[in-house]
Design a protein around this ligand. Structure first.
Ligand SMILES: Nc1ncnc2c1ncn2[C@@H]1O[C@H](COP(=O)(O)OP(=O)(O)O)[C@@H](O)[C@H]1O
Ligand SMILES: N[C@@H](CC(=O)OP(=O)(O)O)C(=O)O
Length: 472
């Protein structure tokens, strides 16, 4: 099943540059001329989501008025440079922002529902600018509220419900028909959705890529294009690692592993919906639109014996929780649920000698991550409570270890030509024995991950990249 829809996602780095808007309009027009129906997914203007996160804390301190005026001027100034008028359309968004910030100040807390509403204004504002610009450019454009299309599934904890939502993405002809009736290029928001009570929720920071993939699946799109500030997916982060190579093609499996384990160019959940529906993803550069970029499809790239590794990716701030008794799986599940409530996300689970391990990322920007000592106390106080953990008295002294400031480095390579795994192990043994905290080989997934201290992450990633990729 395939329609004429094509999804073009432009990230903050693309929509936040006045000079990029001509390219955005040209791309929409080009696809229309080719008989396709473009749907544009836009992120907030560059850095606006960070300013909105800061605004939450300014509201808590009661110093939000100036910051709100600054945000308004920023958007009006940007629109003025594009020679468009948006004041009337953005006024209701700023009065909601004011009311929500006042409520945070009055109640002296940042509830997750207000966190989501406030962060969502970035994408509501950028899409107003985008739709207005394209209409003025001569492209008939319809501004669509994505919350009428994307409904989130319920999450067990409030933090994830509002800030890290997942949506269903089964094909819906009704959505396609509704949008087709507009007979226009559609402009809609990345990053946001609505829950079943129509409350605003977020898909997680940098989640607009996932919006594009969800909409691609819902509309059975021909292709999803992710437009960003680099010429595609590279063998490692080109801004942090020397000698990286642009990858012209990737399989869904490789791209999924790269995104899940730290390649920030794609949101961790963005590949799955496209992969399940066999929709190609193209990663392209808005600054150099003629560059072919990276195509991600079901085509497995041909690894050779000389060329068995595609990428080295990393997550720099990982917390490891080792649960020393594997028997108490119910307790382990409860600890995991409690960590999620606090704002941790699971990156990986694994087993190491006698312990079960959880590797978690802290994503709660409203509160600083508790120190290992504090976190340990919090967890123990939960375990001691039999009502919450339903642990028999004699098991309540269950031991566990916590270690924050870790980094997980993952090498992505061939599933069949696996000599590179031995090379990874030898590199660690020869150069980094003392740095290795744990390793998690997943050779059947074409991945070898290992844990080290955050402070050494870039140096070790660079060494691995040089040895495994630059020397290929
Ligand atoms: N393997 C990788 N390939 C390409 N870019 C990467 C990779 N890993 C990390 N990045 C980073 O991802 C950035 C693009 O993503 P992002 O900053 O979210 O852009 P956007 O504003 O378009 O969403 C690049 O500028 C680069 O620094
Ligand atoms: N604006 C949101 C969502 C997003 O995906 O942004 P970007 O496409 O610029 O990474 C964020 O910054 O988290």
């Amino acid at each position: 099943m395939s329609s004429n829809w094509i999804i073009l996602k432009f990230g903050g780095s693309s929509v936040g540059e006045v000079s990029h808007w001509q390219t955005i309009a040209e791309q929409a027009k080009r696809h229309q001329d080719d008989g396709l129906q473009p749907l544009l997914v836009l992120s907030a203007l560059k850095n606006v989501s960070n300013l909105l996160e800061a605004l939450l804390h300014q509201a808590l301190a009661g110093v939000h008025n100036l910051a709100i005026s600054h945000l308004k001027e920023l958007h009006l100034g940007f629109a003025a440079k594009l020679e468009i008028e948006i004041l009337e359309q953005i006024t209701p968004i700023f009065s909601d922002l004011q009311n929500d910030c006042d409520a945070i100040y009055q109640n002296q807390k940042i509830p997750p529902n207000l966190h989501a509403r406030i962060l969502a204004s970035g994408e509501l504002l950028s899409t107003i600018i985008g739709a207005e610009y394209l209409n003025q450019y001569g492209i008939n454009t319809h501004w669509q509220d994505v919350r009428q299309i994307l409904t989130s599934n319920n999450h067990t904890d409030e933090w994830h419900h509002f800030t890290s939502a997942r949506c269903s993405y089964a094909y819906r002809s009704s959505v396609s028909n509704m949008l087709q009736q507009k007979s226009a290029v559609i402009v809609t928001q990345g990053f946001i959705a609505a829950d079943e009570k129509s409350q605003t929720v977020l898909l997680g920071r940098e989640g607009s890529d996932t919006t594009a993939a969800y909409l691609g699946a819902i509309l059975a799109a021909r292709r999803v294009e992710i437009w960003t500030d680099v010429t595609g997916v590279f063998s490692s982060n080109p801004r942090e690692i020397a000698g990286t190579q642009q990858l012209p093609e990737l399989s869904y499996r490789q791209a999924n592993q790269m995104a899940r384990f730290g390649a920030k160019v794609l949101h961790p959940r963005a590949v799955q919906p496209a992969m399940e529906n066999n929709i190609p993803i193209c990663v392209k550069c808005t600054g150099t639109p003629q560059h072919p970029g990276t195509t991600i499809s079901s085509q497995d790239i041909n690894y050779t014996q000389q060329n068995p590794v595609a990428a080295v990716v990393y997550e720099q701030q990982v917390t490891k929780i080792s649960l020393l008794d594997k028997q108490y799986s119910e307790v382990n599940a409860q600890i995991k649920a409690y960590l999620c409530e606090l704002g941790f996300d699971q990156l990986l689970t694994g087993e190491q000698n006698d312990s079960q391990e959880l590797l978690m990322l802290y994503t709660n920007s409203d509160k600083p991550q508790p120190s290992d000592q504090k976190l340990r106390k919090k967890i123990l106080s939960k375990i001691a409570d039999p009502e919450i953990f339903k642990v028999k008295d004699n098991k309540s002294d269950l031991t566990f270890k916590l270690q924050s400031d870790c980094a997980l480095i993952s090498v992505i390579g061939s599933k069949t030509q696996t000599a590179w795994v031995q090379q990874c192990i030898e590199l660690i043994e020869n150069q980094f024995t003392t740095e290795l905290l744990a390793h998690y080989p997943a050779v059947n997934e074409g991945r070898y991950s290992f844990l080290t201290r955050s402070e050494n992450c870039l140096l070790i990633s660079q060494t691995f990249h040089k040895a495994l990729i630059n020397s290929q």
